[in-house]
Design a protein around this ligand. Structure first.
Ligand SMILES: [Fe+2]
Length: 368
């Protein structure tokens, strides 16, 4: 299957994964042939990508750490919880509602079941709820890395709750600042930098939220070398959960479109993180690299041999050297039989170019 931008969809293409609406209801099932009116509805709903059957990748599984259904359940639960925090409603004497607890349990269960899956950025981001998608992504990837550190239930629960609510303090910041497209004034930057402390204040009102989770809200912008905020903590004075979440938080933020810049590609974000060794705990970077695909499945690459292909497998621990299905030779002609090249076994070949979606559709068009 291939992740395809809505603008590239054509009637007759076959949907490879179901599409759900924002409330978790099934809109279009896998296997359905797209019609022009379905494409228009997807566009209208603000959906940016869908998964389409691709004969070139027919045998390539695209495993998800967490199902789309669970993501939607979690997004709704977080939204509801943050809404009630915004309105200052404390239910059951400050307890988290059952839907939130159910979502946390479901996320932990699915991550534990799929802990061998490499995080492939396979989610479909909706346009209008960056904050909630971001919370869920940070939670899933943090849990995936976290369950390699400890499988203790309380550790994973603290991590899940902390990562889902790490940015809750932003509800006290004016939306006009958060959504501003131009550059921020020094006063506005100072205000945004208060969100960790606001988060601590909000979460401390709920007697059921573990101290370790509140720690994630207040410490996720600290940096290992002491250059972060709000307290300029350094090294292991920063809690373990926060040292983990800060890496994941940066990765997800860099790979998402923001009002002030376009999303970076996953390998660009990986490069930024791995070259900022002073900022993060080296052990957390190592764990992060073990679980993340710098070149997600379906990425179109040009190799130093001049050949062109699609990523079909990510190699654990070697995020920059995936297995590539080579489809075109150095003259730009299609191979009759594409072949799989494992870049961990061919060290003399390097990736020279990552093609954009437009370039990929030009070079290796998907036949409807
Ligand atoms: Fe934050």
């Amino acid at each position: 299957m291939r992740k395809l931008r809505i603008s590239f969809l054509k009637p007759g293409m076959t949907l490879a994964k179901p599409v759900y609406g924002p409330d978790g209801q099934l809109w279009l099932n896998a296997g359905i042939k797209l019609q022009a009116r379905y494409i228009r509805s997807l566009e209208k709903a603000g959906i940016k990508h869908v998964y389409i059957e691709d004969p070139l990748l027919h045998d390539v599984p695209l495993d998800e750490v967490v199902s789309q259904k669970t993501r939607i359940i979690a997004i709704k639960a977080v939204k509801e919880t943050i809404d009630s925090m915004q309105r200052g409603i404390l239910r059951n004497g400050g307890a988290l509602n059952n839907r939130f607890i159910f979502a946390v349990e479901r996320l932990i269960r699915e991550v534990l079941e799929n802990q061998d899956v490499i995080y492939n950025m396979v989610d479909i981001r909706y346009t209008d709820n960056y904050t909630f998608n971001h919370s869920i992504n940070v939670c899933i990837l943090s849990l995936l890395i976290g369950c390699g550190l400890s499988k203790k239930r309380t550790f994973l629960e603290d991590l899940a709750v902390g990562s889902l609510l790490h940015d809750v303090g932003k509800i006290w910041i004016n939306e006009s600042i958060l959504k501003k497209k131009g550059s921020l004034t020094p006063e506005e930057i100072a205000e945004i930098k208060k969100h960790p402390e606001y988060g601590q204040e909000i979460l401390s009102r709920y007697n059921c939220i573990p101290a370790a989770s509140i720690g994630v809200a207040v410490q996720h912008h600290e940096r290992y070398d002491g250059s972060g905020y709000p307290c300029r903590l350094s090294g292991d004075d920063i809690g373990l959960l926060s040292r983990l979440v800060m890496v994941v938080d940066v990765f997800d933020a860099l790979t998402a479109d923001r009002p002030y810049r376009k999303a970076l590609l996953p390998h660009e974000a990986v490069e930024i993180i791995t070259s900022s060794t002073k900022l993060y705990d080296a052990e957390m970077i190592r764990c992060f690299l073990n679980h993340v695909a710098a070149f997600p499945i379906g990425t179109c690459l040009r190799l130093s041999s001049g050949e062109l292909g699609l990523v079909v497998k990510c190699n654990r621990g070697f995020p920059l050297r995936p297995v590539v299905r080579v489809c075109k030779n150095s003259n730009g002609a299609f191979y009759k039989e594409p072949y799989d090249l494992d870049l961990t076994e061919k060290l003399d070949i390097v990736i020279t170019e990552v093609l954009s979606d437009e370039e990929r559709e030009k070079e290796l068009p998907l036949k409807s």
